[in-house]
Ligand binder design. Structure first.
Ligand code: NAG
Length: 187
């Protein structure tokens, strides 16, 4: 209702060619002071399973540079991921969500660095339906390493923070279990 009358008011103002500055007819609204809501910090601890091998991999290569470089993930290799997140390090432990998105092998150095573009979505407990957005480099041989949290959904709307990552285990065929400690500041 309010919207309708606002639109009507806009049309009126436009038709009359008046310059009533109180009514806005633009694609933007008036900027208002941002009253910061009290922020809180939530810590999360879970494991991410990045499985490249077997019949049901959770990370699959989707593009590769035509550089002739060898190895499982040479510079310019892009993977799509749907990695399970669990409470404990075992894949059979309680499933709490999934990490969906992509990572790209983005380093020309001898030591591989990935850049992660992913949404870690939670499917159980208090944060069911909420997610955190990660956009960060990930120097996979460093332990611990740090990734940036740049946003989120649901209860993590407006989130910011970081994740400390430890490689819990790594098998020959590239399967990895990663321990994630997330520190999240959010409303
Ligand atoms: C999570 O939320 C979805 C959607 O509301 C619901 O269907 C599901 O049962 C919830 N899962 C848990 C474990 O609470």
């Amino acid at each position: 209702m309010e919207k309708k009358s606002a639109i009507l008011a806009c049309i009126l103002v436009l038709n009359m060619c008046t310059s009533i500055s109180l009514v806005q007819c633009e694609y933007y609204s008036q900027s208002l002071p941002y009253n910061q809501v009290k922020e809180q910090k939530t810590s999360l601890h879970f494991y991410m399973h990045d499985i490249l091998g077997g019949s049901k991999p959770t990370a699959v290569p989707i593009a590769r540079a035509n550089s002739g470089q060898g190895g499982p993930a040479p510079f310019g290799t892009l993977f799509a991921i749907d990695d399970p997140l669990t409470e404990g390090p075992e894949i059979t432990s309680t499933l709490i969500g999934n990490g969906r998105g992509m990572y790209v092998s983005a380093s020309q150095d001898a030591i591989p660095t990935l850049v992660m573009y992913m949404d870690l979505g939670f499917t159980s407990g208090k944060f069911n339906g909420s997610s955190i957005s990660v956009f960060s480099r990930n120097p996979i041989t460093e332990s611990p390493r740090e990734m940036a949290i740049v946003g989120g959904r649901g209860l993590f709307r407006f989130a910011k923070g970081y994740i400390t990552v430890h490689t819990h285990s790594f098998s020959g065929n590239g399967d990895a279990v990663l321990e994630y400690n997330a520190e999240i500041v959010h409303p």
